[in-house]
Write a protein that binds this ligand. Structure first.
Ligand code: SF4
Ligand code: SF4
Length: 191
């Protein structure tokens, strides 16, 4: 069934503006984003080693358009890195993801939607757990550290935003975080 994917340009532009206007106050967010990207790049070979085997044989691939959408936390991270986003346009949510190629996802792992990066199916986990030595344990430790970093990044951004705007809001209330809410009115950018 076709369903309309709402564009997130409004949210993305808002976050981009916040970083452009208040870069001096968002230095810690930027540092955390760089650290997170580096951490993801470090665990990429281990994940890739397993997805290249398990996912290539998968008959029910999870990579569909429905999942290829940034959340507001993702947008904060992307703009903290000084990068920009691209419009997804209108796509069939149930169809193979626009970013999927014969060689796997075309996006750098660290720049994929967080929903993609935090998802590991049972088959994938089973393969990883069988990795020799401490490989899986090290990966698991790294993933936990990255999860903490991600939350720290989001919390720091929110704390700074609230301090600048005078609001006390959760990030999901502050900036449209999902396609369902992406057209909702958002509060004004901090002045
Ligand atoms: S992560 Fe799991 S469900 Fe998704 S493509 Fe790979 S094997 Fe299939
Ligand atoms: S991992 Fe890449 S190809 Fe798969 S759903 Fe996410 S963006 Fe699409």
């Amino acid at each position: 069934m076709k369903s309309r994917q709402i564009r997130f340009s409004h949210t993305a532009k808002r976050i981009e503006d916040i970083f452009q206007l208040h870069k001096d106050k968002l230095g810690r967010v930027i540092n955390l984003a760089v650290k997170f990207r580096t951490g993801m790049q470090e665990i990429d070979p281990f994940i890739q080693q397993h997805t290249s085997i398990v996912c290539s044989k998968c008959r029910k691939k999870c990579c569909v358009n429905k999942h290829a959408c940034y959340t507001c936390e993702d947008l904060v991270y992307i703009y903290a890195l000084g990068l920009s986003t691209q419009e997804y346009g209108e796509r069939d949510e149930s169809q193979q993801c626009y970013f999927l190629s014969a060689g796997g996802c075309r996006l750098e792992r660290a720049l994929r939607p967080s929903g993609c990066n935090w998802y590991f199916c049972d088959d994938l986990y089973a393969g990883m757990e069988k990795a020799p030595g401490r490989a899986y344990a090290d990966f698991d430790d790294s993933l936990r550290e990255l999860s903490s970093l991600w939350m720290e990044l989001t919390d720091e951004f929110l704390m700074q935003f609230n301090a600048m705007s005078g609001h006390q809001m959760h990030i999901a209330d502050l900036i449209c975080s999902s396609r369902r809410r992406a057209d909702s009115p958002a509060p004004a950018s901090p002045s």
